[in-house]
Design a protein around this ligand. Structure first.
Ligand code: ADP
Ligand code: MG
Length: 514
């Protein structure tokens, strides 16, 4: 294939320029292998369970014994359809399996069954928010990465080098494991955007349940294609970083690769298309092989497998069985709970978070406050303790009870944080007998003396005392120094043991001193 035939080239003209690194624009496209969560393999009945003794889960088909024939696993096709529907792609009515020919010790057939010219899933888009900057500089930009395709294929076996001195073992348990390879357009413009894309894709496949998403076990592995160019120039030559199986390494690997490519170009060297590996120990990428082109694989349609035909009826059947998708749920949160789009996106990061939010919001009738608490205090605690939301010690009903007491003015926001803290650390054990969450929260508020002072008479008394005792501050305020009021408010809050409502104190003071 000649350079000018790059199908991505024309689509990239006219797309906005990304942030520059030393005057270069970064271009990234992803190929992700998601292992499909079927119990058996894509073309045989052998188990796909992880961690079995080597070669105990490879049958005659996986071993490529002569005379065996592949039989399509319907469950794998259904998962591909589910993915296509989740990303708004076209599901091909007829797609073709092809043989991708290459020699590898862990590939007994001498070819991998994949899809080449006509994949089962075509097009589609993955949307997410990209956060840049921190603090006051924090900005959120909505991104859309276009998918080229997603195709079904089988995994290869594994070569084992560690346990054999001077020899290599072969484990064919993984041979024939179903994979969905998801390919993007080269739409990403920074390592941060690439990681945000990968996280969103991971969310989608785990949400719809087609992949367990376990990155350590290799169930979700990404190849990052990276090139750089001066703005306005045609696409540069890419290098492909293989098998990134952690979000942290993904970012490090791409950043290193970008710096390396820019250095090469600045030193007058051309980039050679290559497949590279990232070494987490050195933080560097290293060429594994110069990259093969499609022609090197001698793809041809697999004569052992008929075309994969998917009727509209089947697609509709699959659609009907699918749970609500994250983006559909997020739209519903915006509509039904009047949440900002960003909140809705954050709260639909997982089904468990979404369920926790809905239960809290419905119990207290304060959706935005529930969202703030879950994205704030709850997330913070979960993060520091490395817990999943299912394991949060504060139940949605309890959080709702705390929020309700803030909303009705019983406690301040600060006091609410103390109650939350007590619930989280199990301090409320003394009130365990209180079966219902509201009673338990009220008992805690009572025991800790956190009730806001709603008795205006008592508050007025404190205000009068403070005014009388602080003539200097009063005079300063009356002379136009607005800051002098803060000192008075502070005194009153102290006098009320922190139970006064600061806004009420402010109003009261101003009216008395006016
Ligand atoms: P192959 O199948 O040989 O790996 P493809 O042409 O299908 O190659 O592209 C693979 C991936 O590389 C796609 O995700 C695509 O977006 C990305 N890609 C293509 N050209 C470039 C480029 N110049 N820079 C960065 N990524 C690219
Ligand atoms: Mg590839």
């Amino acid at each position: 294939m000649s350079e000018t035939m790059n199908p991505f080239e024309t689509q990239q003209q006219g797309r906005p320029t990304g942030p520059l690194v030393h005057g270069y624009e970064v271009i990234i496209g992803f190929e992700t292998h998601a292992q499909l969560s079927t119990a058996s393999k894509i073309f045989s009945r052998a188990s796909t369970a992880f961690g079995a003794e080597p070669n105990t889960q490879a049958c005659a088909v996986d071993l490529a014994l002569p005379g065996t024939l592949p039989v399509m696993n319907k469950g794998a096709v259904e998962r591909a359809i589910e993915f296509g529907l989740a990303v708004n792609a076209h599901i091909a009515e007829r797609s073709i399996f092809a043989r991708k020919n290459y020699f590898y010790p862990d590939l007994p057939k001498g070819y991998q069954i994949s899809q080449f010219e006509i994949p089962v899933v075509q097009g589609g888009v993955v949307e997410f928010f990209l956060e840049t900057g921190k603090g006051a500089e924090l900005a959120r930009e909505k991104k859309a990465v276009r998918l080229v395709r997603a195709h079904l294929e089988e995994d290869a076996g594994k070569s084992l080098h560690e346990d054999f001195i001077g020899q290599t073992g072969i484990d064919l348990n993984r041979a024939g494991t179903p994979l969905l390879e998801i390919v993007t357009e080269p739409d990403m413009r920074s390592s941060a955007e690439a990681v945000a894309y990968a996280k969103e894709l991971h969310k989608i496949v785990t949400w719809i349940g087609i992949c367990d998403g376990n990155m350590q076990e290799g169930s979700f592995r990404c190849d990052a294609n990276v090139s750089v160019r001066k703005p306005g120039q045609p696409l540069g030559t890419r290098r492909e970083i293989k098998n990134l199986n952690s979000f942290k390494f993904m970012q490090q690997a791409i950043d290193y690769e970008v710096r390396w490519q820019i250095e090469q170009i600045e030193d007058g060297h051309a980039i050679e298309q290559a497949t590279v590996l990232f070494n987490p120990d050195t933080g560097e990428t290293r060429a594994m092989r110069t990259k093969e082109d499609a022609a090197d694989y001698r793809y041809f349609p697999d004569p052992d497998l008929p075309p994969l035909c998917i009727s509209e009826q089947w697609v509709e059947q699959v659609r009907a069985q699918m749970a609500e998708l994250p983006r559909v749920m997020a739209e519903r949160f915006v509509r039904d709970y009047a949440l900002p789009e960003y909140d809705a996106t954050q709260l639909t990061q997982s089904k468990a978070i979404a369920a926790y939010f809905e239960e809290t919001a419905q119990a207290c009738g304060q959706a935005k406050l529930a969202s703030n608490w879950i994205m704030g205090e709850v997330s913070r605690r979960l993060n520091t303790e490395d817990r999943a939301i299912d394991a949060a010690p504060v139940q949605p009903a309890q959080l709702a009870a705390v929020i309700a007491r803030v909303a009705d003015g019983t406690i301040s926001n600060n006091a609410a944080k103390q109650v939350f803290e007590a619930l989280w650390s199990g301090e409320s054990a003394a009130h365990e007998s209180a079966a219902d969450a509201a009673t338990r929260v009220d008992a805690l508020i009572e025991a800790k003396g956190l009730k806001q002072m709603n008795d205006t008479g008592a508050l007025e008394k404190i205000v009068d005392e403070v005014i009388a005792a602080n003539a200097k501050n009063v005079a300063e305020f009356k002379a136009g120094n607005d800051k002098a009021l803060n000192a008075l408010v502070g005194q009153i809050m102290k006098g009320s043991k922190g139970k006064a409502n600061p806004q009420q104190v402010n109003d009261l003071l101003r009216s008395k001193l006016a």
